[in-house]
Ligand binder design. Sequence first.
Ligand code: NI
Length: 145
Amino acid sequence: MSQSPQHLVRFGIAVPGDLLENFDNRVEKSGFPNRSEAIRQLIREYIMRETWQKESGSVYGTITMTYNHHACDVTGKLTSLQHDFGDVIVCTTHVHVTHESCLEVLIVRGPVARMKDFITELRSLKAINTLAPVLTGIAASEETE
Ligand code: NI
């Protein structure tokens, strides 16, 4: 009989007592509902990190950036770049923060290698002030709950 991927599996792990005590103290202070939820989240983060490093799958998340829209034809270059990488951009949000500064958030989804290329190209734009990619989820077949 096959189990659904969402089926919870109980397992035992052995760790030094002081390590567990240290972990439990942090779990409690960090706001996790319980130790299991903290470990589930750490496992997902580990899988995400491995996926990113090994470029072995697809991910989703956001790329947040700020820039001065007066500088170096940045809006034209940015639009052109977003058309080049339209296959990984789900949607974008733009906020005019001040007279000069713009905040733009891109929701992205696609292969890790393609995402890294996109981030590299974005970083090459001189007018970008800050760039914060936050790829938090694994897309496609390696997805985890
Ligand atoms: Ni703007």
